[in-house]
Design a protein around this ligand. Structure first.
Ligand code: APR
Length: 320
C-alpha cells in the first residue's frame, strides 16, 4: 500500500518541526512547501539526511510550486507570519488573510481531497477564511488550537498536582485568544474532576485561577521569552496528534476549531469545541452542556472571533 502523503504549507519554525516529527513517526512521505524555496528544500534534505540515523523511511521533499502537494492526504498550514513581542494574534490578520487566499487556492487546485489543518493565526478567523477560499467540505478543514491550549493547561495542572501529564485530561473551548475558555469542571486527574481535587485539599481555587490565566496567556508567555517568533514544538505536536487521528481513523475526541452549524447556538462559525476526528475528518461536534458561567465566557470568546471574521470580510469583499 502506498504511504500517506503529508503536505506542510509553510516551512518555518512550526513547519520544520512538523516535518521532523512526521518523518520520525513515519506518518507518511512529507512535502515541505514555502515561498522561500531554499528553506523548504534545505529542511527536507536535512531531515532526509537524519533519517538513516533515526531509522525511518519517509521520503522528504521541498518545493515552492503547489504542484508538489498534489494528492496529499493531509495538509498542515503554517504559512504566514508569527507574532513579535507585544503583538496580539489579531495583529496578524491583514497579512495572513492574503496568505490564506493563496494557500486555499493552491489546496483547492492540487489537493482537494486532503484533510486540512490550519495553524496560522489569528486561528479561528484564518481557518474560516481558508475554508472559504478553498471551497473544501467543512468537515475536512479544521483549526489547531484547542489541543495546544489544552496541552498547556494539562502541563500546568500536572505540575501543580505533582502527577503525570498522562493522567491529566483537560480541555479548552472558544477562540484561540485571550478570551479562550479553559474548563476546570471537565478537567480531571485519572477521571477525578478538578473541583473534587480542590475539595480534597490538593490545591486551591486561587491557584486554579492563576493556572487558567497562565493558560490563556500561554502563547504570549513563549513569544516574550523567545524574543523572536512564537511557540513551535507544542503547536507541531498538537497538529500531528490531529493528523494521526485522521490518517489512522482513531476517532479521537479533541478540542479543535471546527465549523458550527447551530451547535452551541452558533451558525457558520469556526471556534474551538470538542470534536471526534477520524477518517471522515470532523465526524461529530460534541455538544457538552455548559453552565451559565461557562456559556457566558464562551459567548464573549465567540464574539471576539466574530469581530475578526467581520474584519476579514471588510478586507476581502469576496468573503462577504
Ligand atoms: N506561502 C507559503 N509560505 C509562506 C507564505 C505564502 N504565501 N507567506 C509566508 N510563508 C512562509 C514563510 O516563508 C515562513 O517560512 O511561512 C513560514 C512561517 O514560518 P515562521 O515565520 O517560522 O512562523 P511559525 O512560527 O512557523 O508560525 C506560523 O503559525 O502559530 C502560528 O502565529 C503563528 O501565524 C503563525 C504561523
Amino acid at each position: 500500500m502506498a504511504r500517506n502523503k503529508i503536505a506542510l504549507i509553510g516551512s518555518g519554525m512550526i513547519g520544520g518541526t512538523l516535518a521532523h516529527i512526521a518523518a520520525r513517526e513515519e506518518l507518511g512521505d512529507v512535502v515541505l512547501f514555502d515561498i522561500a524555496a531554499g528553506v523548504a528544500k534545505g529542511k527536507a534534505l536535512d531531515i532526509a539526511e537524519a533519517s538513516p540515523v533515526f531509522g525511518k523511511d519517509s521520503k522528504l521533499a521541498g518545493a515552492d510550486d503547489y504542484a508538489a502537494i498534489a494528492g496529499a492526504d493531509v495538509c498542515i498550514v503554517t504559512a504566514g507570519v508569527p507574532r513579535k513581542p507585544g503583538m496580539s494574534r489579531d495583529d496578524l490578520l491583514g497579512i495572513n488573510l492574503k496568505v490564506m487566499k493563496a494557500v486555499g487556492e493552491g489546496i483547492a487546485k492540487h489537493a482537494p481531497d486532503a484533510f486540512v489543518i490550519c495553524i496560522t493565526n489569528p486561528l479561528d478567523a484564518m481557518v474560516w477564511a481558508l475554508r472559504q477560499f478553498s471551497g473544501l467540505p467543512h468537515n475536512k478543514v479544521v483549526g489547531m488550537a484547542g489541543v495546544l491550549d489544552s496541552a498547556r493547561f494539562r502541563h500546568f495542572l500536572a505540575d501543580e498536582f505533582s502527577v503525570s501529564v498522562e493522567d491529566v485530561t483537560a480541555f479548552v473551548m472558544g477562540g484561540h485568544g485571550d478570551t479562550m475558555v479553559p474548563l476546570l469542571r471537565y478537567s480531571t486527574v485519572a477521571g477525578i474532576p478538578v473541583p473534587d481535587l480542590i475539595a480534597m485539599g490538593w490545591s486551591t481555587d486561587a491557584k486554579m485561577e492563576e493556572i487558567v490565566k497562565r493558560t490563556r496567556g500561554g502563547g504570549g508567555e513563549i513569544v516574550a521569552l523567545l524574543g523572536t517568533g512564537s511557540a513551535f514544538y507544542a503547536p507541531a505536536e498538537s497538529a500531528i496528534e490531529m493528523a494521526t487521528a485522521y490518517l489512522r481513523d482513531k476517532k479521537r475526541v479533541l478540542p479543535c476549531a471546527a465549523h458550527l452549524t447551530g451547535q452551541f447556538g452558533q451558525d457558520d462559525m469556526y471556534v474551538g469545541v470538542p470534536v471526534v476526528i477520524g477518517a471522515g475528518g470532523v465526524e461529530k461536534v460534541v455538544e457538552i452542556q455548559l453552565n451559565a458561567e461557562e456559556q457566558a465566557m464562551f459567548d464573549v470568546s465567540v464574539d471576539s472571533v466574530k469581530g475578526l471574521v467581520a474584519a476579514c470580510k471588510a478586507l476581502d469583499p469576496s468573503l462577504a
